[in-house]
Design a protein around this ligand. Structure first.
Ligand SMILES: Cc1ncc(COP(=O)(O)O)c(C=O)c1O
Length: 279
């Protein structure tokens, strides 16, 4: 039932699950794609959940002190989520990001009150494509700022609050909205928090549900393949919603024909207007 919330943070989660009926009809495939519209979170991405999960876990364990600065290496969405959660909970927030990521993301974090530190790309790197070398520079800068400010690092790649947010939220929400009628889940991984949390929650409810990781061709690290194209255009996880839907369509054309596949629409395409996503 609708009710008045005490802060915007309470509006994170409980996003709609939508059947992409026209898309599957147009593609002429049998089966269904159920899209979890995570861009309807207050920071316009699923990373709001991870941000809240990490801060709440740190508050519970005492890893973060009242008013302590929070620092995170982020390509934008995690930073946007942390900017919102930190503003509400009273923690100054510093986002460290590569100049290779889309401009909208940096502007949005700043507009939400974050201090944004932009790190130059390596000479010869392509704007819009953040390479491993570019990321190493951002990591170096993040470590330095965290130490300088005696800050708490969000550290989405290591903190349990990330995947637990999807284990307690996204996964059960997909299960409940579909009344358990999900045969498969596909997800493009960054930190792997969404995949880990949702896959675990779904498999606990029905071990037969198949869970697939989506990776760019030539950069399938989780599959154990040699990375031949580290400079793929899926920046820090961006463009990932399209990749998830494309992967679901491919599965419906092959071994998952006739099945119901859940995907995450991780953020909004409107965050990428300055990139080549639409060209
Ligand atoms: C747009 C987008 N898609 C996908 C991902 C990957 O999600 P996860 O870190 O939960 O694996 C991210 C993470 O930053 C993201 O911002």
């Amino acid at each position: 039932m609708a009710k008045v919330l005490n802060s915007v943070v309470e509006s994170i989660g409980r996003t709609p699950l939508v059947r992409l009926e026209r898309l599957t009809a147009q593609a002429g495939v049998k089966g269904e794609i159920l899209a979890k519209l995570e861009y309807l979170n207050p920071g316009f991405s699923k990373k709001d959940r991870a941000a809240l999960g990490i801060i709440e876990e740190a508050e519970k364990s005492g890893a973060i002190k009242p008013g302590q600065t929070v620092v995170e290496l982020t390509s934008g969405n995690m930073g946007t989520g942390l900017a919102i959660v930190c503003a509400v909970r009273g923690y100054p927030f510093v986002a460290v990001m590569s100049k290779g990521n889309s401009e909208e993301r940096a502007r949005m974090m700043a507009a939400l009150g974050a201090e944004v530190i932009l790190v130059d790309q390596l000479p010869g790197s392509v704007p819009g494509q953040v390479s491993g070398g570019d990321l190493a520079l951002v990591e170096q800068a993040t470590k330095a700022v965290t130490a300088e400010r005696g800050a708490f690092r969000g550290d989405q790649f290591h903190r349990d609050g990330n995947w637990l947010a999807h284990y307690h939220g996204t996964g059960p929400e997909i299960w409940d909205a579909s009344h358990g009628a999900v045969d498969a889940f596909v997800d493009f991984i960054g930190s792997g928090g969404t995949y880990a949390g949702v896959a675990r929650a779904l498999k606990e409810r029905n071990p037969l549900i198949k869970c697939f990781i989506v990776e760019p061709e030539g950069a399938a690290a989780a599959a154990g393949e040699t990375v031949t194209q580290p400079e793929h255009p899926i920046q820090g996880g961006g463009f990932s919603s399209g990749a998830n839907v494309a992967a679901a369509l491919r599965l419906l054309r092959s071994d998952q024909s006739g099945k119901t596949i859940a995907v995450v629409i991780c953020d909004s395409g409107l965050k990428y207007l300055s990139t080549d996503l639409w060209s």
